[in-house]
Design a protein around this ligand. Sequence first.
Ligand code: GDP
Ligand code: IMO
Ligand code: MG
Length: 428
Amino acid sequence: MPAIVLIGAQWGDEGKGKATDLLGPRVDYVVKFNGGNNAGHTVVVGDEKYALHLLPSGILSSGVVPVIANGVVVDIAVLFEELDALSSRGVDVSRLLVSANAHVITQYHRTLDKVTERFLGKRQIGTTGRGIGPAYADKINRVGIRVQDLFDTNILRQKVEGALDSKNHLLVKIYNRRAISVDEVVDDLLSYAERLRPMVADTGLVLNQALDAGKTVLFEGGQATMLDVDHGTYPFVTSSSSTSGGAATGSGVAPNRMHRVIAVVKAYTTRVGSGPFPTELLDASGEFLRMNGAEFGTTTGRPRRCGWYDAPVARYSARINGVTDFVLTKLDVLTGLERIPVCVAYDVDGVRVDEMPVSQSDFHHAVPIYEEFAGWTEDITGIRIFDDLPKNARDYVLALEKMSGARISAIGVGPDREAIVVRHDLLG
Ligand code: GDP
Ligand code: IMO
Ligand code: MG
């Protein structure tokens, strides 16, 4: 019963899309279980580059059934745009399934996301502005709209009325925006219903039956551990459960069916948006990582904040997620550095702290304690066997493995689909 969870170990953009795509040909279902079109996954296949947001990256493998499960928030216009863009490039998107229980992102969620951020001023989170937080807030407040509501006009109207009632007061009186009419929201949502209908399914049932039948299911997390609403750097997080536990609640497949947890981790660290980031580099080294690693957001184009590898973060991820295997990506980006510092612990007010500090304020002013490793200059992008890597690159990987809490089973050495060194079979 192979159910595999794949999540990000840091603050996102670790290369989860590429890792999922790599496993795609060997799995039967790829399930997105959290988040929405705040995610951005770039997958390079030969000369083709795909940017995926709402669709699971497994959609690029023919034969895979892509699933948008109940834990996702769906902007239906974006979904259709993405499907159309892929099918115009020859990708077969006909097998996509969408959970009847997934929540829908509407116009008022997008509007509220933007105005609340503006009002936060200096304290803003730096969201992607896609309406993610407000849509999840409505879900938790029990005033959300679900995919299944689109097929019952009366219920849909009642729910939109209920949701807009207080929001229009907020929009007009607090945020100085125009009120949104029930009709415009309902009409917009109904205009998608017929195209969406054939994709809608009880995805929890489908996935459990698939596992019963011996199929392989890969759960692909959006965002990452440090952006998880419970376990991340709250409030500078996204609004969903992006850790491995989220794969169960977000899909209706029980935790005891998951038999492997793969965490994707960059050979250094990046973050988009606000929030603490102890190893952040504001100097030429940060610029080196940004330029060499092409660290600009897939969704918003924002330059990503860059810093050295943070082993306490990786260890924390290993623990929170029950990581069985790491995929270490972007090792090639470090080529050319003379010395590579790695954060092994923090100094918090003069005290050495080896694990993630429990207090967020401590994490805000934690100063990294670095250990330095020798770099390499050889081009490693063509290497496919671990022993062929330069000795210093091997030593760097082995050192990270030792301090990060799980084995490193694959190593990314370039953006291409094939640019990977496999040490242990991720599905074996
Ligand atoms: P995701 O959100 O975790 O799927 O990651 P993104 O796609 O947002 O960002 C990862 C970026 O790194 C993408 O542009 C990938 O094409 C690229 N990438 C993935 N693995 C590697 C690697 O091993 N080396 C290099 N140089 N680039 C990689
Ligand atoms: P992938 O799946 C990196 C960040 C945003 C912001 C915070 C909250 O590509 O790794 P939101 O719009 O979710 O309410 O924004 O989370 N964020 C991401 N950062 N990669 C992502 O996804 C992200 N999704 C959200 O920048 O700081
Ligand atoms: Mg991304």
